[in-house]
Design a protein around this ligand. Sequence first.
Ligand code: XIL
Length: 354
Amino acid sequence: MKGYPQPSLREILKERFLLGAALNDAQIAGQDPAALEIIRRHFNTISPENLLKWDVVHPEPDRFEFAAADQYVALGAKYGLFVVGHVLVWHQQTPSWVFEGAPGATLDPKLLLSRLRVHVRTVAARYRGRVQAWDVVNEAFEDDGSWRKTPWYVALGEDYVARAFEFAHEADPEAHLYYNDYNLWKTPKREAAVRLVTSLRERGIRIDGIGEQGHWLLDDPPLEDIEAAIVDLANAARQVMITELDVDPLPRPEELIGADLSKRVELAPQLDPYADGLPEALQQRLAQRYRDIFSLFVKHRAVSRVTFWGVTDADTWLNNWPVPGRTNHPLLWDRQGRPKPAFNAVVEALRRAQ
Ligand code: XIL
């Protein structure tokens, strides 16, 4: 299949689940009309790749920068899309001042809690009724299910998560609120997320669902593990979402499976084997992987949204992580915006489910 007309993924899906993509700054600023065309034709939900993160939106204690985020939210409204906010509380892409004490003092947990309150309330309240759902907390657990020892956790203990959800709910009582993480197919980590949802709900705190990021490889995680995670997370949280989907066909050391941004590997030629294009055999493996995972998504009713982390291979973050400067090929559209065999595979999987 070359160029248009492509069948619209969103139309094939009907209302089965929401389908979307993360937009980068240029796309939101209107500088990439071809990507916006893909969004309008195929998707009904968007996420912002970076511009609602703390370092962008709240770079200094008394300074919020909402211009780019306003454009993002306006774009969603203009096209009638379900607008996701990513992300209120994380340990990455958060300015260092957030975790610093007053001059000459160590960090007072009360001060950190008040910063959390101001940030979450200000951001969520600004977009009340216009951002339909928030990733409230991202990546609170290690793969072994223990609490990640982030500055949030070290200063405030487990409670920072509950507080963040409460502040978000106060700021926008209608918004859907999610916990988001990667590698939830790993049982201990998934169990930790399930315990979190259960405990928040027992305490009467609103949480609507769990997002599995879905930064996957051609063979890892195994399909059975992906399915087991969907089933468990659905039982615990009702809504399960795949929030940052991509399938990385490049070589990757095993300990880098997932999306731990603190880990990086230096560029070396053998780590960048497909700079001139993905060979046909790998295109077909990628397509088969997408066929398999979308067959799972349509099989499980609890899957309420699937969002790709990017639109075309030209803009995937995997060109720069875990190895900066590679030529990666993880999405449905190639660098020129042409649909790949993986696109057709998704069409097939969705059609088969009708
Ligand atoms: C990534 C962005 O795509 C990059 O542009 C940025 O440099 C780093 O962050 N998990 C998440 C996302 O929750 O916010 C990350 O996004 C990818 C991993």
